[in-house]
Design a protein around this ligand. Sequence first.
Ligand SMILES: [Zn+2]
Length: 72
Amino acid sequence: MTAPVRPAVPVFARRGCRLKKKPPIRELTWWAYQGYRCFACDRPLRRGAVYCGWIRGRSGAHVLDVEVWSCP
Ligand SMILES: [Zn+2]
């Protein structure tokens, strides 16, 4: 993901998504898993997305760890 050039909204929490508890990895949508949408509300991320770190997951021998993003 590239850094936003000029946020359309203030960078501080608008909906508080970034403060939400991260769900188990199997509850993420495909879009959130790919980093296209907010992990909390599933809205498409545009400018000012906030990096929220990793959600750890496993399926048998496969590591499913993923980095997630939220609304500003
Ligand atoms: Zn959100």
